[in-house]
Design a protein around this ligand. Sequence first.
Ligand code: SAH
Length: 232
Amino acid sequence: MGGDAVIGRARPPAPPAALGTGMTSQRARDRLVERLRAAGIADSRVLDVIGAVPRHLFVDEALASRAYEDTALPIGLSQTISQPYVVARMTEAVLRAGVPGKVLEIGTGSGYQAAVLAQIVPEVYTVERIEELLRQARRRFRQLGYRNIRSKHDDGNIGWAAHAPFDAILVTAGREQLDPALLEQVAVGGVIVAPLGPSGAQSLMRIERTPDGWARENLGAVSFVPLLRGVT
Ligand code: SAH
């Protein structure tokens, strides 16, 4: 291969801004994907998307160099962008029964989880109670060209009735239990993935709605910011 001539271009073109360089490069994302694979994430759809979505654009510029560490990071207003492993685990849990046509996320935060979903799921709905965070997330969705994410400033405890039922609901903030109003918005055969339990002892639960009830599965211990009530 060494004999191939490079014609007409002295340097490779600069990568598009969204791809970044160094700590925010494709190589950094590839390393994160390898780390997640080693940690047990097996769904190639999820790994491919984590390798593609520029997580560094979902955090403050000052934290961009840490965006591909497998860790939660602050996004302001006492909230965090979830750890990539947890995003991968939740997305995998949603996809296990097949790709949902329509998914609802509660807790938009930075918008990263919604972006990951939007690369796989045709229709993504996401609700955030903090207006300022939602404003920033919407700007990211626009800049990155996501056209299948609809978002709303509201208390996610009540879901998004106008677009229900959903094939999957993913809750990215923790609470002891979910409101019946939210549970009712899952289609039969659909699934809810949510961190449930008292703060300090939350479990990531995968709850499938069967024709005659709910089938619960515990996916392990997690630590999420609280699912609060009301909007701000
Ligand atoms: N999914 C986010 C991580 C979110 S952190 C991401 O990918 O970055 C949890 C988010 O849930 C916070 O932004 C918090 O404001 C929001 N939240 C908490 N209670 C809520 C509620 N009742 N309704 C909607 N959003 C809520």
